[in-house]
Write a protein that binds this ligand. Structure first.
Ligand SMILES: *[C@@H]1O[C@H](CO)[C@@H](O)[C@H](O)[C@H]1NC(C)=O
Ligand SMILES: *[C@@H]1O[C@H](CO)[C@@H](O)[C@H](O)[C@H]1NC(C)=O
Ligand SMILES: *[C@@H]1O[C@H](CO)[C@@H](O)[C@H](O)[C@H]1NC(C)=O
Length: 403
């Protein structure tokens, strides 16, 4: 990119008679190439991924023993869900509340390139419906994130270029009705309504009253306990968009707000709750486990099964998965992903591993221990755990109110 621009500017200068002298021209060319090299080096440092672009050879996770991969990812950067009266950036997000931003689009496109880097060879570089299946929750930001990830993963090649001119994109189906219930707060689910308020309440939080009156005064409107999560989220969205918070959100105040909203006990309470787990990720984990089982059952011709599932979802979905496997819960950043892998191991047979990438541009995975499953985690144990923890369907679970 930088190379193209700098050569173009040299041509522009030349065409307009500003550079006649050959020596000068050489200097400009050398200088502009130098700039291009520096830019490329900076880009490598910043993005990492461009060093592998275009991807040739096997992906970093494309081990021959890998038989199936399911990837749950959080959508890209989005606009805040609310605004407040004195918000200086009230007009900064023309996309609308909660929608994917331009930065979010760029990041998810790059996330798709990282998936290509990880899985090249495991999935072919032509898009094949028989290999991969994509599902999304029912909001625009997850639909769009899925589309961008796929654009990054599947730049049209050879036969799949559908126009003579450069084609940077090809259509790939994105399916609704994801088993992921990361949008549970919007869904009609009585048993969730019955427990969520209590699980998320701020009990005996130090400094809460003082903070609320401070925020209300500065925001020019009443800020209640119920607004805190969305207000904190608004600040996070603005920071990630490169905006400056107003002076009255001092680092101290921000820290206090964060420590209240993301209090470890509060997160553990919520995401560690077995009813929340049943409702938010039960159907998703069961689908993944049963698909793995299907892959391991020799009776079914394995090449009829898709090798990869993608789920475009939410921070709540990812955090609940982490909670279920008893891993530390930090709210996942935009573009974070959890990867469920089924391997056919020479010694152990079918085993399951889970990897975590904490944000969109993380290239190095962290393996998440699968508590209660053993190490290695045998597929049959994994399936047993899922069946035991998620015995009922979602609708039935929603009607079963627990005390
Ligand atoms: C998806 O969301 C749209 C818009 O909010 C709504 O009209 C539609 O009924 C939803 N579809 C499903 C399957 O929930
Ligand atoms: C509450 O405020 C006090 C005094 O400002 C501070 O020392 C303490 O760390 C705060 N507590 C929390 C949980 O932020
Ligand atoms: C796999 O095979 C086992 C044993 O035959 C069977 O009990 C199970 O239901 C099969 N699983 C799937 C997902 O078809």
């Amino acid at each position: 990119m930088a190379q193209v621009t700098s050569s173009l500017s040299a041509v522009f200068l030349y065409k307009h008679g500003m550079v006649f002298d050959c020596k000068k021209m050489m200097t400009i060319v050398i200088l502009s190439n130098l700039i291009a090299i520096i830019c490329t080096v900076v880009a490598h440092k910043q993005w990492g991924i461009f060093s592998h672009d275009p991807v040739n050879g096997p992906g970093l996770l494309a081990d021959p023993s890998l038989k199936f991969a399911a990837v749950l990812f959080r959508h890209g950067n989005r606009a805040p869900e609310i605004s407040y009266k004195t918000d200086p950036h009230i007009n900064f997000f023309p996309e609308g509340k909660g929608e994917l931003t331009k930065l979010g689009k760029q990041n998810m496109y790059k996330k798709g390139k990282i998936f290509r880097l990880l899985y090249n060879g495991f999935i072919s570089d032509l898009y094949l419906d028989s290999e991969i299946f994509i599902q999304t929750t029912n909001v625009t930001r997850t639909f769009m994130s899925a589309a961008l990830v796929l654009a990054g993963m599947y730049p049209p090649k050879d036969y799949q270029k559908w126009l003579d001119e450069e084609t940077v994109w090809q259509p790939i189906p994105i399916n609704q009705n994801s088993p992921d219930h990361g949008l549970i707060f919007r869904e009609n689910c009585p048993s969730f309504s019955a427990i969520s308020k209590n699980l998320l309440s701020y009990k005996n939080e130090e400094n809460l009253t003082e903070l609320l009156s401070y925020l209300s005064e500065k925001a020019g409107q009443s800020i209640s306990e119920m607004d805190l999560v969305k207000l904190y989220d608004l600040f996070e969205c603005q920071i990630s968009a490169g905006l400056q918070l107003p002076e009255w959100i001092t680092p101290d105040k921000f820290q206090t707000l964060k420590s209240i909203v993301l209090h470890r006990k509060r997160l553990d309470n919520f995401f560690g709750n077995s009813k929340v787990q049943k409702l938010v990720i039960g159907p998703l984990l069961k689908e993944i486990a049963l698909t793995m089982e299907l892959h391991s059952n020799n009776s079914i011709s394995q090449n009829k099964l898709r090798k990869m599932y993608l789920y475009s979802g939410h921070d709540i979905s990812l955090a609940t998965v982490k909670g279920f496997f008893m891993n530390t819960i930090d709210m996942p950043d935009f573009g974070a992903s959890i990867h469920f892998h089924l391997y056919l191991d020479e010694t152990f047979g079918y085993i399951v591993k889970i990897f975590y990438y904490d944000r969109w541009n993380t290239e190095k995975e962290e393996e998440l221990p699968i508590h209660a499953c053993g190490n290695p985690c045998q597929l049959q144990n994994f399936v047993k755990i899922m069946k035991a923890n998620f015995p009922r369907g979602w609708n039935e679970e929603c009607q079963m109110i627990e005390n």
